[in-house]
Design a protein around this ligand. Structure first.
Ligand code: NAP
Length: 307
């Protein structure tokens, strides 16, 4: 079978760290072009703007859109209208309505739209999901605490409307929670802490439940220095489960489980290739919906300026 000719738009941190090695390691894809105002990839034809790339390279089959979420919709619309299959980095857009609009557009143009959630492809996630199908959870505690200065140096977009602030990493936790829990959850209460000089929150405490009354608490914080925490603790009554390191370790009653070895981005691209071959789409907005709910229902607290 012929390789899928892939282009990447919005070349930056996540492209160099993850997309590039994953694509180069997957024979289903051939990376043929990039569209990015300032950055390029060695040996790959580079364009400054996606319009120019789409016009010059009609042979492109698929485009991965890796710019910040506030700038993704317009690029996605252009790519879909040009008949390309589209991979959206997370979060899939700046608003839920944008993503719905793209879903309809992709269906009308019969192309694949993939709203990716990389943390769902961490190796512990499907193992934990399978376990919880047999042993429903009673209590879930999410602790997602990291150092924004370390992970997002010089990224202004995270502090601007649509950049999500601490929900940029927090949505990864929500993407796991919405994947593993057998019931749909909904937000009951939230408190969001906004630095006095910023547009997006630096911390959030969320309290969810579901139809079965499961207690789901989440603690997101961007002010943690030293050891970083990306943990989900689940109590099923007969077992304590501990997903650690964002889904790269799973402990059940203090015993570490063996996990598959495939990385998140290789797994994402395997899924994207499969969707394209099957001519189907995968667009789940649940994690973004919970974030929108938090902005809508949450108490807004002003905290120390972030310098
Ligand atoms: P980034 O490096 O700040 O931005 C990626 C690229 O987008 C930039 O290099 C820039 O390339 C382009 N861009 C920036 N502002 C733009 C604008 N106003 N209009 C058009 N293009 C613009 O961000 P990132 O860390 O790679 O994150 C990008 C996306 O990946 C985000 O949605 C993020 O949540 C997701 N993600 C990031 C990570 C991570 O560890 N960083 C992990 C997983 C997912 P040009 O200047 O060359 O156009």
């Amino acid at each position: 079978m012929q390789a899928i000719k892939l282009a990447i738009a919005g070349v930056g941190k996540i492209v160099y760290d993850q997309h590039l090695p994953a694509v180069l390691g997957n024979k289903d894809f051939e990376l043929v072009a990039t569209a990015s105002r300032n950055n390029t990839i060695d040996g790959v034809q580079g364009f400054r703007h996606i319009e120019e790339m789409l016009a010059s390279r009609p042979d492109i089959d698929a485009v991965s859109l890796c710019m910040p979420p506030q700038y993704r919709y317009e690029a996605a619309r252009l790519a879909i209208r040009a008949g390309k299959n589209v991979f959206l980095e997370k979060p899939p857009g700046a608003t839920l309505s944008e993503v719905e609009s793209l879903r309809e557009l992709a269906a009308a143009h019969a192309v694949t739209l993939f709203a990716s959630w990389h943390s769902r492809h961490a190796p512990a996630v499907q193992v934990l999901k399978d376990y919880l199908r047999e042993h429903p959870p009673r209590q879930v505690k999410v602790i997602w605490r990291e150092d924004v200065r370390h992970w997002h140096p010089d990224q202004e977009w995270i502090w601007q409307p649509g950049g999500l602030g601490v929900f940029d990493p927090g949505i990864n936790a929500l993407s796991i929670v919405t994947e593993i829990l057998p019931e749909e959850i909904f937000l009951r209460q939230a408190a969001l802490e906004f630095p006095a000089n910023r547009q997006t929150p630096i911390a959030a405490q969320l309290s969810f439940t579901d139809a079965a009354g499961t207690d789901v608490q989440a603690d997101f914080d961007w002010r943690q220095t030293g050891e970083q925490t990306w943990d989900i603790l689940v109590d099923t009554g007969d077992a304590h489960l501990h997903l650690k390191k964002g889904g790269h370790e799973l402990w059940i009653n203090q015993a570490q489980r063996e996990l598959p070895v495939e990385g998140e981005y290789p797994s994402l691209y395997r899924h994207f290739s499969d969707l394209i071959r099957r001519r189907s789409s995968d667009v789940d907005v649940a994690p973004l919906r919970h974030v929108a709910d938090a902005f809508m229902l949450g108490q807004h607290i002003v905290t120390d300026p972030f310098i």
